[in-house]
Structures are given as C-alpha cells and as structure tokens.
Write a protein that binds this ligand. Structure first.
Ligand SMILES: CC(C)(COP(=O)(O)OP(=O)(O)OC[C@H]1O[C@@H](n2cnc3c(N)ncnc32)[C@H](O)[C@@H]1OP(=O)(O)O)[C@@H](O)C(=O)NCCC(=O)NCCS
Length: 196
C-alpha cells in the first residue's frame, strides 16, 4: 500500500477497552512491522505473537492506561497509549503521558498518526487533563516532525535516553498544553510557568 493521493482511504481512530481476535492479530502484525522497520515502541527485535498479545491484553487491564487503535480501511494498522498518573500522584493529576505511538510502515503517510494524536488530546481534554507529555528518540525524525507540527514544545534533551544497536541515543522531551471543554482556560488553571 502506498500513499497515492488519488485513492480515498477510510481512516478511523478508536479508544478500545477490548480487542476482537482479528483486531488483536492485526495490531500484533502492525507492531512487528513497525519494529522491523526500526521505529518506536521500545522493542528492538520482532516479538512472538504470544508476547505481543500479552502486552496488549496487559495494557487493557491497567486502569491508568488507555489504548487507542488506528484503522486504515477497517484494518488495525497502528496504536498509541495514554497513561495517567496513579491516583496517589495528585500533584500531576492534570497531566498524562502519550506513549507507544506508531503506525505500521504500510499505512504511513495517510494522516493516521495526526488523527490518532488529536483523538488522544480530545479524550485527555474530556478527562480534564491540561498537559500531555511525551518523549521520543532523537533519531525518530518523522515522529519529531509530527509532534512539532502538532504544537508540542520540546523542553529538554536526555543525552542517554536509549540504547539501540549498541549505541547510546539521545531523547527529546515534549509537552503540549491543551484546553479542556468546560471551566477555566488552561492558562488560568496552570498560571505562569516557565515553558520553553
Ligand atoms: C511517526 C509516525 C507515527 C507517523 O505516522 P503517519 O501516519 O505516517 O503520519 P501522518 O500521515 O499522520 O503525518 C502527520 C505528520 O507527520 C509528519 N510526517 C509524516 N510522514 C513524514 C515523513 N515521511 N517525513 C517528514 N514528516 C513526516 C508530517 O509533519 C505530517 O504532517 P503533514 O502531512 O502535514 O506534512 C510513523 O512514521 C511511525 O510510526 N514511526 C515509527 C514510530 C515512532 O517514531 N513513533 C513515535 C515515537 S512515540
């Protein structure tokens, strides 16, 4: 599949608390395709179907974690997770981490990632979350273009963020302030803070 602009594809993003067997199988295949291409998700080597299924089933069980899937023409081709702080972390209850975002190489360039991130922001805002945080390897140029294009502010660089193929790789940390649908604006709620 390639990003031919003359072909109209159906793009859809869903937050799921259950995965049908076919969706789980497609998600595992998409994950391994992304790992093989070398991007994202932390894994460096392709994983067995059983390991990936355990991972996604585990994600669905964690109360603070939400799973979002991206569909291209009905088939699951990517996902991302939103992780909220545990209940005891009241001080950071206004924020969440956007993590494990990826689109399978065969489904890239159609706008799925942009939709996926916007959908997570919408969900976060609905939960009253005002700040989304994320981090990415400095080598993930496409992801960096994606997040910076969507207004994420780079606030720091971790020089020893990851180890990939025997090399230490830096990582970039980002945040984005989002507006919640009701009540005070985020500027009012957060007050003055030193951003970038
Ligand atoms: C980053 C990634 C999620 C983008 O997925 P995608 O569905 O192809 O992205 P989209 O089609 O929604 O593109 C959205 C934006 O991303 C950027 N982008 C996408 N593909 C790009 C490319 N080949 N080169 C440069 N920028 C690109 C652009 O800013 C684009 O906006 P534009 O279309 O207005 O130019 C995908 O490449 C991926 O999974 N990469 C590996 C995993 C990863 O890096 N994950 C992030 C770490 S958490």
């Amino acid at each position: 599949m390639s990003a031919d602009p003359s072909v109209v594809h159906q793009l859809a993003i869903e937050r799921v608390d259950n995965l049908e067997p076919q969706d789980l199988a497609d998600l595992c295949e998409a994950t391994n395709a992304a790992i093989a291409e070398g991007g994202g998700f932390g894994w460096l080597e392709a994983q067995s179907r059983a390991a990936l299924e355990r991972h996604f089933r585990g994600v669905l069980l964690v109360p603070e974690r939400e799973l979002f899937i991206a569909r291209l023409d009905g088939e699951v081709a990517g996902s991302a997770q939103m992780v909220r702080p545990p209940r005891n972390n009241e001080a950071q209850g206004f924020s969440a981490q956007l993590t494990h975002a990826f689109i399978a190489p065969y489904a890239r360039g159609f706008g799925l990632a942009r939709l996926l991130i916007r959908k997570i922001e919408e969900r976060a805002a609905g939960l009253g979350i005002r700040v989304l945080n994320l981090d990415v390897r400095a080598t993930q140029k496409t992801a960096i273009a994606l997040f910076e294009g969507l207004g994420y502010v780079r606030w720091g660089t971790h020089p020893a963020y990851a180890r990939v193929n025997g090399e230490t790789v830096a990582g970039y940390h980002y945040y984005r302030v989002i507006e919640v649908p009701h009540g005070r604006s985020s500027a009012e709620a957060l007050g003055d803070f030193k951003g970038d």
